[in-house]
Design a protein around this ligand. Structure first.
Ligand code: ZN
Length: 349
């Protein structure tokens, strides 16, 4: 497939692209999405809430406004009895993302890009060829509406199967849009259809994806070694969007994290495992040093993470106006140990 020139590929050539996602988790936390089905009904029910979160990520430095069409597919809408809202939800999500992208700061910088978004469908079964057409039709209808409303490129993400990711890639290519295709690294080393992650990315790149990589499920610490291998193996641009949770060798994914009492923390009790903004700033630098082109963040993200990542990459963003100035904090500006000595004993008595 011929190299496609586009706003997105131009932007990638110009330097790191900073992504920000995790809309579903964050809007659930704010009370606008039901945990469990995680369908983005908020797009139709409370569009201002979606607009506001886009705006917060934009001010924090995100270069891309990702339309909130994650799980806005036929299968999921049927689960919550809103199949009739499918088209309206998809169209409105792209419209909102576009609207906020146009609010990009007027400082000579480029406007934020708008990404269409599709994800794993839960309808794909590698052993049942009939499901391929079901999945293709789901992607085709969602992305048809996205193209109609206007997107710069498409992100196909949280793919468990290379086979399903390849269907998404074909549909995106048929619409003549650049594709960023990322896998969900839920398993130790392989997709659910048995391809080593790096090998699956190599195949996606060979099939013409402009960007390949990983998103979701793993925190920075357990995502980085996998992405390093992918970076080594492919020539095209690479994307990484971890979850901001402290996954480790014992619990390499957020689904594996357990409380001290042994209870599963995923998906709505992960708070105590959250990465700080400093963790994510460090991650952004590490990913940049590896040569990753698209550095972002997934479920659990807040604007404070994104701003810290942007600033760690050397940027000043609109929200930098309110970045911390601890030298102005009454307790922390000077003589901190003397103040600790004066105050802390009574706090912890
Ligand atoms: Zn995620």
């Amino acid at each position: 497939m011929a190299v496609m020139n586009s706003l997105f590929t131009d932007r990638l050539r110009g330097g790191t692209v900073l992504g920000a996602e995790g809309y579903v988790f964050e809007l659930e936390r704010r009370g606008y999405i039901k945990a469990g089905p995680f369908v983005p009904e908020v797009v139709l029910d409370f569009p201002d809430a979606v607009r506001e979160l886009h705006r917060e990520f934009l001010r924090a430095g995100a270069d891309v406004m990702v339309a909130l069409t994650y799980y806005a597919h036929r299968e999921k809408l049927r689960d919550v009895g809103r199949e009739d809202d499918l088209e309206a939800m998809n169209r409105q999500a792209v419209r909102i993302a576009r609207e906020v992208a146009r609010e990009s700061p007027d400082d000579g910088g480029a406007r934020a890009l708008v990404a269409g978004n599709v994800c794993n469908t839960w309808a794909y079964d590698p052993d049942d060829p009939g499901t391929r057409e079901t999945v293709r039709a789901m992607y085709a209808e969602q992305l048809g509406w996205a193209v109609d409303e206007g997107v710069d490129f498409v992100i196909s993400e949280t793919n468990d199967y290379l086979g399903e990711a390849l269907i998404a890639l074909e549909v995106i290519q048929s619409l003549r849009l650049p594709a960023m295709v990322t896998l969900a690294p839920t398993q130790p080393g392989h997709t659910r259809d048995g391809y080593e992650y790096a090998d699956a990315c190599r195949i996606l790149a060979a099939e013409g994806a402009q960007v390949v990589g990983l998103n979701c499920d793993r925190g920075p610490k357990t995502m980085l070694p996998l992405i390093a291998r992918i970076r080594d193996l492919v020539d095209c641009a690479v994307a990484v969007q971890p979850v901001p949770y402290r996954t480790d060798a014992i619990a390499p994914t957020m689904q594996a994290l357990r409380s001290a009492a042994g209870e599963r923390a995923f998906p709505i009790a992960l708070d105590s495992f959250a990465c700080t903004r400093f963790d994510m700033a460090k991650f952004a630098v590490q990913a940049s040093e590896l040569g990753v082109d698209y550095i972002g963040i997934c479920c659990g993200a807040g604007p404070h993470h994104v701003r810290a990542m942007a600033e760690a990459l050397g940027r000043v963003v609109p929200a930098s106006k309110y970045s911390p100035s601890m030298e102005l904090h009454p307790m922390l500006k000077a003589d901190v140990s003397a103040k600790d000595a004066a105050f802390l004993p009574s706090w912890i008595a």
